[in-house]
Design a protein around this ligand. Structure first.
Ligand code: C5P
Length: 257
């Protein structure tokens, strides 16, 4: 076969969005589809940074936290208490639900736009409650792996590098101090027109971190091969640049020796 390398995959995004499906109808990938994992605690800036990295590279984006938020919301709306006993019913509910992400980042549940409903503090807490259940994590495993498509994926969450994409060529563990994260979350909520209180936010964020880090199933922790990035001081753009530089250094498309 004739090796072909596409140096600027995002150039097809507008005029030929199905380019890679068509291309791989006639060609074979010589390596696994690249994935960049960005894991870290609540409000560390993962979502914004992952979105920008994906945009610059022309990669798809997986906001895995949204899946747990959707699950928590779907269960609450169905009147299912978020208890261990109900974990199989919650997992079954999410298997049967139609989850959709639109190109402009809106989140759909059975056709309804729930983008705002999943961002409240209540929804955040419920997400971290259902995320403790192994049956729920299992139900969402393949959903997440199905996001991996050419030309590449940026996944953000808690276990992208440790559980979902352990073979990813670049894993980043993004952190910032709790105070700094609470302040960012405050600004984020206010900008969305949602109400917020700093002291409550800090307490919620610390409770959520503790639950995410101490649970038995896929706890939040850096993958052994993750590169650490503290985002307390720098700007979003600096963090994006750092990740793009690391990606460049990994040279995922360098010719084989
Ligand atoms: O990232 P985000 O804050 O939207 O995630 C909401 C919750 O979903 C987290 O607090 C965590 O409990 C859970 N989650 C998870 N694994 C992921 C992503 C999110 O357990 N990969």
């Amino acid at each position: 076969g004739l090796p072909v390398r596409i140096e600027d995959p995002k150039c097809v995004a507008k005029t030929f969005p199905d380019y890679f499906e068509a291309f791989f109808g006639v060609a074979q990938a010589s390596r696994p589809t690249p994935v960049i994992c960005i894991d870290g605690p609540t409000a560390s800036g993962k979502g914004t940074i992952a979105g920008l990295v994906a945009e610059r590279l022309g990669f798809a984006l997986l906001d895995s936290g949204a899946l747990y938020r959707i699950t928590g919301l779907a269960a609450s709306r169905a009147g299912i208490a978020l208890t261990e006993d109900n974990a199989p019913a919650i997992a079954e509910l999410i298997r049967r639900s139609r989850i959709g992400f639109t190109p402009d980042q809106r989140v759909l549940l059975d056709g309804e736009d729930i983008s705002l409903a999943i961002r409240t503090e209540d929804a955040s807490m419920n997400a971290s409650r259902v995320a403790v259940f192994p049956a729920v994590r299992e139900a969402l495993l393949q959903v997440q792996r199905d996001f991996r498509r050419l030309p590449g994926l940026v996944g953000d969450g808690r276990d992208m590098g440790t559980v979902i994409f352990p073979d990813a060529p670049l894993k980043v563990y993004l952190t910032a101090t709790a105070e700094c994260r609470a302040e960012r979350r405050y600004k984020q909520l206010i900008s969305k027109g949602l109400s917020a209180n700093m002291a409550d936010l800090l307490a919620d964020l610390q409770a959520r971190d503790a639950r995410d880090m101490n649970r038995a199933a896929a706890p939040l922790k850096p993958a052994e091969d993750a590169l650490h990035l503290d985002n307390s001081e720098g700007t979003i753009e600096q963090a994006v640049q750092q990740i793009l530089t690391w990606w460049e250094q990994r040279q995922p498309f360098a010719p084989r020796a």
